[in-house]
Design a protein around this ligand. Structure first.
Ligand SMILES: *[C@@H]1O[C@H](CO)[C@@H](O)[C@H](O)[C@H]1NC(C)=O
Ligand SMILES: [Cu+2]
Length: 228
C-alpha cells in the first residue's frame, strides 16, 4: 500500500504543480526573486493565465509599479529565468521582446507596443508521440539577438502548458517579463505584434490534443521567430 500511495502522490503533483519565473539569469549570474523580473500575479499560488483577451497576457504582472530593477546585458549574450520549481507541465517555450519607446524606460513601459518573437521550442515527434524538451526544466534561457539595436527592452518568457489544451480555454500560460538595457553595436529593430491580440483560443498550438495516437506535425502559436 505504501508504494501505491507514493505513485498517487507523484501523479497528483504532476497535475497540480504550477510554476513561476522569479529570477533573472544574466551575465552568468542569477539575481534575487523579482529583482529584475516584474512580480507576477501568480507569485503565491503559481497558477496559470487562461484568458487570452486579458492584458495580463503581456507580463502577468501583479501591479504596474513595483520598483523592479533593470539589468544591463550585451546583445548576443545568454539571458533567461529560473523556474520555481520547474516547468512541470508539457508545453511550448517561447520568448518575446519589445523595445521601450523613446521617453520611457524598461521600468515604466506597460508593454503596449510591438512584441517580436526571438525563440520558440515546441515538441519533437518520435516513436509515435510528442516529447517536450522543456518538461521538468528548472530554467529557461535564450540568446539576445546579436544584431539588436541597443536600448531598453522587456523580455517576456512564455511557457504554454498543454496537458488540458484539447478543449477551448484549456491551455495554461505561465509568463513573466524581465527588464533589460541591451548594449552593443547592433542596428536592427523588429516589427511585431501587440499583446493580447496576438493569440486566438483556437489557434494551432493553443487548441491541441497532445496525446493523439500518432502525431504527425506541430505548429507553434504566434508569429515566426525573427532572425538577424
Ligand atoms: C539550467 O538547468 C540545467 C539543468 O538543471 C543546468 O544544467 C544549467 O546549468 C542551468 N542553466 C542556468 C543558466 O542556470
Ligand atoms: Cu500547473
Amino acid at each position: 500500500m505504501k508504494a501505491f500511495g507514493i505513485v498517487l502522490f507523484a501523479l497528483a503533483s504532476a497535475v497540480h504543480g504550477h510554476y513561476t519565473f522569479p529570477r533573472l539569469i544574466a551575465n552568468g549570474a542569477t539575481a534575487q526573486d523579482w529583482q529584475y523580473v516584474r512580480k507576477t500575479t501568480n507569485y503565491q499560488d503559481d497558477g496559470p493565465l487562461t484568458d487570452l483577451s486579458s492584458e495580463q497576457l503581456r507580463c502577468y504582472q501583479l501591479a504596474p509599479e513595483q520598483g523592479t530593477q533593470t539589468m544591463r546585458v550585451a546583445a548576443g549574450s545568454e539571458v533567461g529565468f529560473t523556474v520555481d520549481p520547474v516547468m512541470s507541465h508539457p508545453g511550448t517555450l517561447q520568448f518575446y521582446m519589445t523595445q521601450v519607446p523613446a521617453g520611457q524606460t524598461a521600468a515604466s513601459f506597460d508593454g503596449s507596443g510591438a512584441w517580436f518573437k526571438i525563440f520558440s521550442q515546441g515538441p519533437t515527434i518520435s516513436g509515435g508521440k510528442y516529447t517536450w524538451p522543456t518538461h521538468g526544466s528548472p530554467n529557461a534561457t535564450v540568446q539576445i539577438p546579436q544584431c539588436l539595436a541597443p536600448g531598453d527592452y522587456l523580455l517576456r518568457v512564455e511557457h504554454i502548458a498543454l496537458h488540458f489544451a484539447s478543449s477551448v480555454g484549456g491551455a495554461q500560460f505561465y509568463i513573466a517579463c524581465g527588464q533589460l538595457t541591451v548594449t552593443g553595436s547592433g542596428t536592427k529593430t523588429f516589427s511585431g505584434v501587440s499583446i493580447p491580440s496576438l493569440y486566438g483560443e483556437t489557434d494551432p498550438g493553443i487548441l491541441i490534443d497532445i496525446f493523439p495516437s500518432v502525431p504527425t506535425s506541430y505548429t507553434a502559436p504566434g508569429p515566426a521567430v525573427v532572425g538577424c
